[in-house]
Design a protein around this ligand. Sequence first.
Ligand SMILES: [Zn+2]
Length: 101
Amino acid sequence: MDSYVELFRASNSIEANAFKGLLEQQAIPVRLLGEALGGAAGELPMDTQQIRVLVQQCHLPAAKGLLQQYQQNIAPWQCSCGEQNDGHFELCWRCGSEPVT
Ligand SMILES: [Zn+2]
């Protein structure tokens, strides 16, 4: 079995799990480290709530490619109406059009 290496650190478990789902769609196994462990998490300071996303060494190049795509997808985009939209929006929140690519 290949050993797991850190791909990136997500700032919260929502982000970590969203990306985990993306990798698993590509048949890349993922491990998350740093999610609440056995109820002890309540005592940890906030900055340890970061989630480490690990993939196997052999999948690292592919996973990095997906990570780049993922980070581009959440980058802000500008609509043809001139509105700046957060990358999480698939449609312009103002006029409802799709991003022009
Ligand atoms: Zn618009």
